[in-house]
Design a protein around this ligand. Structure first.
Ligand code: SF4
Length: 59
């Protein structure tokens, strides 16, 4: 929900944290690296493993 951040005022940490329902403290301070999650797939979320587990697959 919400709007993308201004390109001239990108939030610290993960740029999605102000509007992400899963944001935690680390999201407000540390920008997530790009994690290799499967062949040809990557994620820039600190909690990608939990999200995949909740979905029950590796789409
Ligand atoms: S790192 Fe993941 S959980 Fe944290 S704010 Fe960004 S998208 Fe949401």
């Amino acid at each position: 929900k919400g709007l993308p951040p201004s390109l001239t005022a990108i939030p610290p940490g993960c740029p999605f944290h102000p509007r992400c329902p899963k944001a935690q403290d680390v999201c407000r301070t540390d920008r997530p690296p790009l994690y290799d999650v499967a062949p040809g797939r990557a994620s820039a979320c600190h909690f990608w493993e939990e999200t995949i587990s909740e979905r029950g697959d590796r789409r």
